[in-house]
Design a protein around this ligand. Sequence first.
Ligand code: HEM
Length: 152
Amino acid sequence: MTQPETDSTPEPAPSIRPEVTAEIQARTGLDEPTLTTLVHSFYDRIQQDPMLGPIFAAKITDWPPHLDRMVAFWSSVALMTGRYHGAPVPKHMHLPVDDSHFDHWLSLFEDTARKVCTPEGAAHVIERAHRIARSLRIAVRDANQTGVPNLG
Ligand code: HEM
């Protein structure tokens, strides 16, 4: 049965760790609808962005499946639901990006998170975005090296 519209109690996100997810939701105000709004607002901005838009446009022609995957990703990362099964690192290794692209990605993400989430929710996703961006930057940097050891 669907919930009556007057019932504002959020549905718990289906989760492999329900207690952990419930605790994070209570502490941060983050839930699946908020993460969906965050992802959609963020990638709306990305698509219009002069620096990042063309890099995404070169890889993504069908946006709805990408957005669904990104909501699952943020659900896993922020709410520990285990909804995302994928490998982001190889998808970024050969993109034409450097530190300036990651800095800009993070600043757009932070600004969107602050508009869409509670302050606690924004802090929660921003901290995780920085941590993941750090690993992706390293992967991109490694992939751009020649692979030939410098024997001096
Ligand atoms: C310079 C910054 C970034 C650029 C230009 C970028 C670009 C892209 C592109 C073009 C794709 C689609 C790749 C494909 O399907 O072939 C993608 C996928 C993805 N990105 Fe990024 N990205 C950036 C940073 C990040 C960061 C910081 C995160 C995480 C916090 C992230 C998470 C993901 C994930 C989860 C996917 C989906 C991978 C899959 O298919 O399962 N990206 N990104």
